[in-house]
Structure formats: structure tokens, C-alpha cells
Design a protein. Structure first.
Length: 283
């Protein structure tokens, strides 16, 4: 087994709105090269001691600028090594035909998971309950049938036009109850406001996973004091190259320095990611 970084942003930088791009002040020409050259990125992972990376993409023209073009982008990118690079695609929560779109993403583009970003897509994950977005029922059902994990952004966002009232992970509870066969990942663990809610959901539901990207690794035990006891439900992620995350290797080194038992570190870094994102040999 090897380390999997379950939250890496390899995205089409040309789609990012200028005001959002200003938050990526540390993106240097070398980082841009990784976005455009998967072979260079694979070398970067090798140098940092990371075997696999989950490449998170989503659709948010309203806040970040990403359109449906992220899907063919990441689909093409992972062809460099589809065993090590895991494609995460996006869909609008109000898509008129989610069944057909999800079938296309999985069967034609090889998308391995779906990312929904409530504060950037401006919706509540449980908006189907009172009929605001009834199509979400079809979306979640299609993801469950296609064994497509859904990664929900939870926790605050500082990007312009983000609406953090949609960020509470408790909005995902209805989804976990209504779709027990759907694999759910709570990206960022609700930080910095709703960590206890995210931990509760991961403990309560067998199909819910707590992903800890976007939190300074040296402070993880402050944010999540129960992390050692919850190790069977936790996924490592860096959120590189998001704001404040300069290097995957630095995050990994800081995580390994935590006073966690070796078996807990192994589960979080290596074993749990294989349960959510199983290996897939190149076609």
C-alpha cells in the first residue's frame, strides 16, 4: 500500500474568475506546470512520497468560474496514469437530467467520484426534502447505483460570493439517512465551525467518511480531538494548492509527526482511501 492524498486540486486554471484567483497568490509557474502536465505532477507525487491522488473538480460558474468543462479536463488528465490519478467530476445540483449525465461521466469519461460544493453552488444538500431541488433525489440515486462516491464540501469558504450558510455538514444527514448505499465524504470535516457535527455524522453512519484536508496538520488534534478513536473513518487530504497549502510533502510530514498510533496513521493514509477509492488497473 501507499499514501493517497484524497483532496488535490488539479483544475483548469483558465476557468477561475480573477477575484477568486487572487487567493491563489502562492501559485508559481511550477505549480501551473503540474496543472497542465500530468507526468510532471506524477513526478511531484513521487518526490513527496505519495502514491495516489484524488483530483477534485466541481462545477461553480457563480463563485469560482468552473463550468462543465472540468469533466473532460480531468478525464483527459488522468489518462497519464488512471491507477494513480483518480478523476473527480462535477455536476450542477439543478441538472435537468442527472441520471443521463452521471451515466455519461462514469461510462464515457471515467469519472470515479462526484464533488458537490454547497457554498459555491449555493444550495443545501438536503434541498430535495421540501421540494426546492427535487432533482437531487435522482442525482443521489444515480450516484448510488453507479457506486460513485459524493464528496461534499463542508466548512467555511473565503472565496468571493461564497455563501457559508450552506456549509453546515448537518445538511448532509438527510442524504445519509435516505441513501444508505451512497458513499459520502465530508471534505474538510466541517472546519473551522462544524467539526463536531462532521465527526458525529461519520460516527453515526457507516457510509459517511470524514476527510481532513484544508486543516493545518499540526492542529488536527485541536480540531478533531477524537481523531485516534475515529481512525477507521478518516481520510487524509491536503487541499493542495488551495489557499495556505503550499506543498503536499510538507502536509504529509506534519501529519506523520502527530502523536497518533502507527496503525491509526496507516488507516488514514493508506487503508481507508482504498475502501472509498479502490484501485483500478489501467485499461
Amino acid at each position: 500500500m501507499g499514501v493517497t492524498d484524497c483532496h488535490v486540486h488539479i483544475n483548469p486554471l483558465g476557468e477561475i474568475r480573477p477575484d477568486a484567483m487572487r487567493l491563489f497568490t502562492h501559485i508559481v509557474p511550477g505549480t501551473r506546470r503540474y496543472m497542465e502536465d500530468p507526468r510532471a505532477f506524477l513526478e511531484y507525487l513521487d518526490q513527496r512520497g505519495v502514491e495516489r491522488a484524488v483530483l477534485v473538480n466541481y462545477v461553480s460558474p457563480e463563485v469560482i468560474g468552473y463550468t462543465e468543462a472540468v469533466n473532460p479536463f480531468v478525464s483527459q488528465y488522468v489518462k497519464a496514469d488512471p491507477e494513480r490519478l483518480i478523476a473527480v467530476g462535477g455536476i450542477r445540483p439543478d441538472h435537468p437530467d442527472p441520471e443521463r449525465e452521471i451515466a455519461r461521466l462514469t461510462e464515457e469519461l471515467g469519472i470515479r467520484a462526484l464533488k458537490l460544493h454547497p457554498p459555491h453552488q449555493l444550495f443545501r444538500p438536503n434541498a430535495y426534502v421540501k421540494g426546492e431541488l427535487p432533482g437531487l433525489r435522482r442525482l443521489y440515486d444515480a450516484c448510488a447505483r453507479h457506486h460513485l462516491p459524493v464528496i461534499f464540501h463542508t466548512g467555511t469558504s473565503v472565496f468571493p460570493r461564497a455563501r457559508n450558510r450552506f456549509s453546515d455538514p448537518m445538511f448532509v444527514e438527510d442524504v445519509a439517512v435516505d441513501y444508505p448505499d451512497l458513499t459520502i465524504v465530508l471534505a474538510h470535516g466541517g472546519r473551522p465551525i462544524w467539526m463536531e457535527s462532521a465527526v458525529f455524522l461519520a460516527r453515526r453512519f457507516p457510509n459517511v467518511w470524514l476527510e481532513i484536508s484544508g486543516v493545518p496538520p499540526s492542529r488536527l488534534l485541536e480540531y478533531f480531538p477524537s481523531l485516534p478513536r475515529l481512525a477507521d473513518k478518516v481520510l487524509f487530504g491536503s487541499d493542495w494548492p488551495g489557499p495556505g497549502v503550499k506543498d503536499i510533502g510538507e502536509n504529509l510530514t506534519a501529519f506523520r509527526a502527530l502523536p497518533l498510533p502507527p496503525e491509526a496513521q496507516r488507516r488514514i493514509l493508506e487503508e481507508n482511501p482504498l475502501r472509498v477509492f479502490p484501485r483500478r488497473a489501467p485499461s
